[in-house]
Design a protein around this ligand. Structure first.
Ligand SMILES: C[S@@+](CC[C@H](N)C(=O)[O-])C[C@H]1O[C@@H](n2cnc3c(N)ncnc32)[C@H](O)[C@@H]1O
Length: 254
């Protein structure tokens, strides 16, 4: 694991209890296996089709809401995340929901624990690529574990939203769209009692063409690229209304 990912792993382990308390509070995890529309957009459902009986891998599973929704739709889901603390919470919730999910702690750029061509579908997104220093390796691994004809679905926070200075009104550019990083941040303010500077993390800003090129390089034919949503998320601290919220990219492994 490279130094950026190791730092990010430690960061996610550290912030996970507080982050997951927020997930607990909004309560969607109790419901999304029965109401998948709470976490999967109609566009995603359309391209996913009927997943019942399919083997699906979710990469960078985080809150695992998509994992639970896919499992509720009858898929056999493997949930992969770099943070064991995140996975432990998800495993506890899966048991409570009586969902049969497999959990694997791994870096998305090294899925060597998974044999080639193991899955009918790979799903990833919702702020995963931002933590990954090598998008091409990440998507190459996704392509490798897909069977020929398998579906690769990416639904990421739109890159156009990452480039603005937080707190500035009107919008003020923080960094060029073309600067990928690493951007060093400090997550100590997310953890009670943590010393300032004690949780360094590294973010990466990929462009739309980076996502498209990485999916093509992973051996996938692109079926769709859609941009959706233009409202403001409750945690966003810049006037981003009118910019696309999600970048949906759907590929088929050749
Ligand atoms: C914000 S969550 C995104 C996932 C999901 N959409 C969500 O909202 O919970 C980011 C997740 O990616 C995981 N992650 C970060 N870097 C990773 C890596 N290199 N390999 C696997 N998982 C990673 C983190 O541990 C975290 O659980």
């Amino acid at each position: 694991m490279n130094k950026y990912h190791e730092a990010n792993r430690k960061g996610w382990d550290a912030v996970s209890p507080i982050w997951q308390a927020g997930i607990e509070q909004h309560g969607v995890w109790h419901r999304c296996h029965r109401e998948p529309e709470l976490v999967l957009r109609p566009e995603e459902r359309r391209y996913l089709g009927d997943v019942a009986g399919q083997e699906i891998c979710v990469l960078g599973s985080g809150d695992n809401l998509v994992v639970f929704a896919l499992a509720g739709l009858g898929a056999r889901v493997t949930s992969v995340d770099i943070s064991q603390v995140q996975l432990d919470t998800a495993a506890r919730r899966a048991r409570e929901l009586d969902l049969d999910v497999r959990f694997l702690r791994a870096d998305v750029t090294d899925l060597s624990a998974i044999p080639d061509a193991s899955f009918d579908g790979v799903y990833t997104g919702g702020h995963v690529a931002v933590w990954v220093s090598d998008l091409r390796r990440y998507y190459a691994e996704a392509g490798r574990i897909l069977r020929p004809g398998g579906l690769f679905m990416v639904n990421e926070y739109h890159p156009f939203r990452r480039i603005w200075r937080w707190g500035a009104t009107p919008l003020e550019l923080e960094a060029s769209y073309f600067v990928r990083g690493p951007f060093q941040t400090d997550r100590s303010d997310e953890v009670d009692g943590a010393a300032p500077g004690s949780i360094p993390s590294y973010e990466f800003h990929w462009t739309v063409s980076d996502y498209v090129s990485a999916m093509l390089a992973a051996g996938c034919r692109i079926l769709a690229l859609e941009e959706m949503g233009d409202g403001l998320e409750e945690w966003e601290n810049a006037p981003l209304e009118g910019l696309p919220l999600c970048l949906l990219l759907v590929g088929r492994k050749e």
